[in-house]
Design a protein around this ligand. Structure first.
Ligand code: NAI
Ligand code: MG
Length: 372
């Protein structure tokens, strides 16, 4: 029997609260589906700083490199706001992403029917939405050199300064994230739309050519289309269900994924994954985490919605463990609970009602797993 190794890093604030509910889900799969998980747990962020004086201990980093997947809650909080930049909780997360070389950031935008009225768009436009944005995470304009602010004495330049950032992509960086997108598409609707601005940027021309190259040589079975990113933004708001997988660069992906996320409602519902190069077993290095932060305003009160973290674990089942059927089942359990009207506070509409606690939401989801 395969044993799947998983490192859990609950982190700070509501991180440990939502992670406790994921633990219940893992327990259910072990007991009822005969799956074997080797789960270890460690500290990250402020919790790690409190114990080790830094936001990620070297031993924890080594463990993260060795396991099949890492699942993280959230890091940060007001207690740590005045810490030196080098030991801030966020640095723990950044170190994980950097040393694991997680270059493909996956941001699904899925609209559960029961929550369609939460969207800023009309129900007819978003109901049943299920798209996946793959954002390149380790290169592009956020990292390219040269960069900086310097003096510029060009005649007529009021203020006398210039700010520079460089959009820079190698063909290798584009090909590897394109491969991630095509692999993911094969497990979904088998369609990829690549977005750039090849009409005005040379890096965009290279992006388009390299994505097309990977398609033609390695994934001819996947349907590929190209779109200018500004049109992509319009299409996402006009008719988001036309897409399956979108692959785009770091900057466009940052903006497009946040826009797409808001099509679906609450921050408490949004999972994510960051994938790197394939390991020996053929599966990518991977870190899964909810999109939300440590939510200090509700931490310790049992109010947090654990669904974002539970859906992150569903992504882990699908992409790291190859357990697509189990991932589908878990997503169906979440859907059923929402359809039954079970709501944490963040999902309460104007009509009100009584919200359930974090633990009750977890219990409902486990019960739904058994009932399905
Ligand atoms: P946040 O995501 O923690 O909270 C924003 C708002 O959404 C809050 O009102 C919060 O109560 C609510 N919210 C978030 N997750 C929720 C959930 N699961 N259920 C119900 N309500 C939820 O963002 P904020 O307030 O900007 O940052 C708080 C701390 O978290 C900061 O220290 C920040 O640096 C850190 N942070 C960490 C992230 C991470 O670990 N990846 C990401 C974003 C922020
Ligand atoms: Mg952003």
């Amino acid at each position: 029997m395969t044993t799947y190794s998983l490192l859990i890093l609950p982190g700070d604030g509501i991180g440990p609260e939502v992670m406790a509910e994921v633990r219940k889900v893992i327990g259910w799969f072990q007991q009822n589906r005969g799956l074997s998980f080797d789960v270890s747990e460690d500290l990250v962020g402020g919790a790690a700083y409190d114990k080790h004086g830094k936001p990620l201990a070297d031993e924890t980093m080594a463990k993260a490199q060795a396991v099949d997947a890492v699942l993280l809650g959230a890091v940060g909080g007001p207690k740590y706001d005045d810490l030196d930049f080098s030991v801030k909780p966020e640095r723990g997360l950044l170190r994980l992403r950097k040393e694991m070389d997680l270059f493909a950031n996956l941001r699904p935008a899925q609209c559960f029917d029961a929550l369609a009225d939460f969207s800023s768009l009309k129900r007819e436009v978003v109901a049943g939405l299920d798209i996946l944005i793959v954002r390149e995470l380790t290169s592009g304009v956020y990292f390219g050199e040269p960069r900086g602010i310097s003096a510029d004495d060009t005649p007529g330049n009021e203020g006398g300064r210039v700010g520079v950032n460089t959009q820079r992509y190698t063909s290798g960086e584009i090909r590897r994230v394109a491969r991630s997108a095509f692999e993911l598409a094969r497990k979904r609707g088998n369609r990829v739309c690549s977005m750039e601005k090849a009409n005005v940027m040379e890096s965009g021309i290279l992006w388009r050519e390299e994505v097309q190259w990977v398609h033609d040589n390695e994934y001819p079975d996947v349907e590929l289309s190209h779109m200018y990113a500004d049109n992509g933004a319009m299409q996402l708001v006009r008719n988001p269900r036309q897409f399956d997988v979108i692959v785009t660069d770091n900057l466009f992906g940052d903006i497009l994924s946040d826009a797409a996320a808001m099509l679906t409602g609450s921050l408490g519902m949004l999972p994510s994954a960051s994938l790197g190069a394939p390991m020996e077993n053929g599966r990518p290095k991977a870190l899964y985490e909810p999109v939300h932060g440590s939510a200090p305003d509700i931490a310790g009160q049992g109010k947090a919605n654990p669904i974002a973290c539970i859906l992150s674990f569903a992504m882990c089942l699908r992409y790291s463990f190859g357990l697509g059927a189990e991932a589908d089942l878990l997503e169906k359990a979440v859907e059923k609970v929402l359809a039954d009207g079970v709501r944490t506070g963040d999902l309460m509409g104007a009509e009100g009602g009584k919200p359930v606690s974090t633990a009750e939401m977890g219990d409902h989801i486990v019960a739904a797993l058994s009932a399905l």
